[in-house]
Design a protein around this ligand. Sequence first.
Ligand code: MF3
Ligand code: CO
Ligand code: CO
Length: 273
Amino acid sequence: MSVTIKTPDEIQKMRIAGRLGSEVLDYITPFVKPGVTTEELDQLCHDYMVHVQDCIPAPLNYCPPGYTPYPKSICTSINHQVCHGVPSDKALKKGDIVNLDITVIKDSYHGDTSRMFLVGGEKSASILARRLCQITYECLWLGIAQVRPGAHLGDIGHAIQKHAEDAGFSVVREFCGHGIGASFHEDPQVLHYGKPGTGIELTPGMIFTIEPMINAGKAAISELSDGWTIVTRDRSLSAQWEHMVLVTESGVEVLTLSAGSPARPDIVAHLLP
Ligand code: MF3
Ligand code: CO
Ligand code: CO
């Protein structure tokens, strides 16, 4: 499959799906506390998506080639879990870091976004955990700041890789950002490492995610026997943030923003309008 350029009508639907995905994160934020199980968070998000937003949770029964159907409506990746963590009856603890990854389908179009949460608040997390979450958030936005017509995918990967590695962290290679629209995962693959000027050239109307997974230790990962959960091989902490972006005539529009989205980091203040 090749990279699709979205029509103005599709772009309008993706704006709506993107905002709704982000609003699920806004909704769930006050529930992310010590003692809550990830299954409870899954159920709350499921009901909000289905009954309040009139959306379909895209992960539920999602079954790419070579996988078993995903059994839940959101992904919850805790501490050394990199991505695709499956909600369970395990309770979150003070000091955990957890990624909640939400994908809604509204009017046939996907909205995909994720954030990190420090369980029990800022002061509960270790200095390392806080720094990892912050650097990863900066990586996401440094990648976003590269997006404009004429730029290349490698510019995004390079900006992310440089910031992560300068901080002493590593970039997961096996999973990447992706084109998105009426399909959950489409071309192009958006690598979170690379060289400036390489890869396809960006043109207006492309929509894709940027979703760096950054490890405190080594980059290597393993898959758990549930067939979904990805962990760091060395069991070091891992963080991820995700936005969906549109290449515009003049630069970039972030589609997965809502009232509760964290502010952009200061590091991109001089890079974005
Ligand atoms: N939301 C994830 C992504 O960003 C994909 C999750 S697939 C699932 O691409 F089946 F695990 F939900
Ligand atoms: Co994604
Ligand atoms: Co996602």
